[in-house]
Ligand binder design. Structure first.
Ligand SMILES: N[C@@H](CCC(=O)N[C@@H](CS)C(=O)NCC(=O)O)C(=O)O
Length: 288
């Protein structure tokens, strides 16, 4: 499995105020590399005169992300499951900084920067997974055969267009995430109206959820068949948010999520721990 270097924006507010400032972690890593180089050379020469110390290679792929987000979790799980050498930068509080907006006017995460992209960057979790799977020929995660691929694409579009808006309306108020303009939750409507809207969204989740089960999985362990596909990663990550409202997932969904975590191991568990940790934090605040 590829190494993942994680950079963290420890003081997002301070950094946002100085968008041009060199990130502290980057500067520290740079000076550490400077110090480490001569020492490595001496010991290498002593032990094996012909061996040359290679400078650490910077991963070609960099991912800007927010740890509590399941949109981000999808790409973080994918990158690990695919074994892609990449670095992660936590951009909490920085997405609307002039520096970020100049690269990504949609101010969204996840965002990758990758050589060869016409504009240098790409956002939208599903598009990122599709692009990287295409680029690296990851057919197990994203089948190449048009008909099989179409089912994965359909499941992902259905998730983003239908299931996710319900999940967001149901969970964002509890997660303390901003809701979308034009929605009841975003308006100054009476709190009763807001909880009515939230309740309606919670009730609406069951139908698309069942569609993923009966239509897309259709008796198979995963939408992708025997192995989880990018659509499965996207679905399992999305369902993680439902824990914050104690949503009663049907048994198949619980088993499905456990099966994905078992198949993908640390690749799933590590990013999931960030989402689960945030949910635990939000719940502890609510109970305080
Ligand atoms: N459909 C998008 C949703 C991306 C999204 O909503 N990202 C949020 C975090 S969950 C974000 O980066 N918000 C920061 C901002 O808008 O400034 C995807 O799947 O990537």
């Amino acid at each position: 499995m590829a190494k993942t270097a994680t950079k963290s924006a420890k003081k997002p507010a301070a950094k946002a105020a100085r968008p041009g400032a060199k990130p502290a972690a980057k500067a520290a890593a740079k000076s550490a590399a400077k110090v480490a180089k001569p020492a490595a050379k001496v010991s290498a020469e002593k032990l094996a005169p012909k061996a040359k110390a290679k400078p650490a290679k910077k991963p070609a792929l960099s991912l800007s992300m927010l740890k509590p987000s399941v949109n981000n979790m999808s790409v973080r799980v994918f990158a690990r499951a695919a074994g892609l050498d990449h670095s992660e930068t936590d951009v909490w509080g920085l997405t609307r900084s002039p520096e970020y907006m100049a690269r990504n006017p949609a101010h969204l995460t996840p965002m990758i920067e990758d050589k060869g992209l016409p504009r240098g960057v790409l956002w939208e979790s599903c598009a990122i997974m599709q692009y990287l799977a295409n680029k690296h020929g990851l057919e197990k995660l994203y089948p190449k055969a048009p008909a099989k691929r179409a089912m994965i694409d359909s499941a992902m579009f259905y998730l983003i267009g239908t299931l996710y808006p319900y999940v967001a309306r149901a969970t964002y108020p509890v997660l303390n995430f901003p809701q979308y303009a034009g929605e009841v939750g975003h308006s100054d409507a009476h709190p009763d109206k807001k909880s009515e809207a939230q309740k309606a969204a919670i009730e609406a989740i069951a139908e698309p959820l069942e569609v993923f089960h009966s239509f897309f999985r259709n008796g198979k362990p995963f939408i992708g068949g025997k192995n989880p596909s990018i659509a499965d990663i996207r679905l399992a990550a999305t369902l993680e948010f439902l824990a914050v409202i104690d949503y009663a997932l049907p048994q198949w969904a619980k088993d499905y999520m456990a099966a994905i975590e078992k198949k993908l191991g640390k690749a799933y568990a590590e990013p999931a721990a960030d989402v689960r940790g945030y949910i635990a934090y939000v719940r502890s605040q609510a109970n305080a």
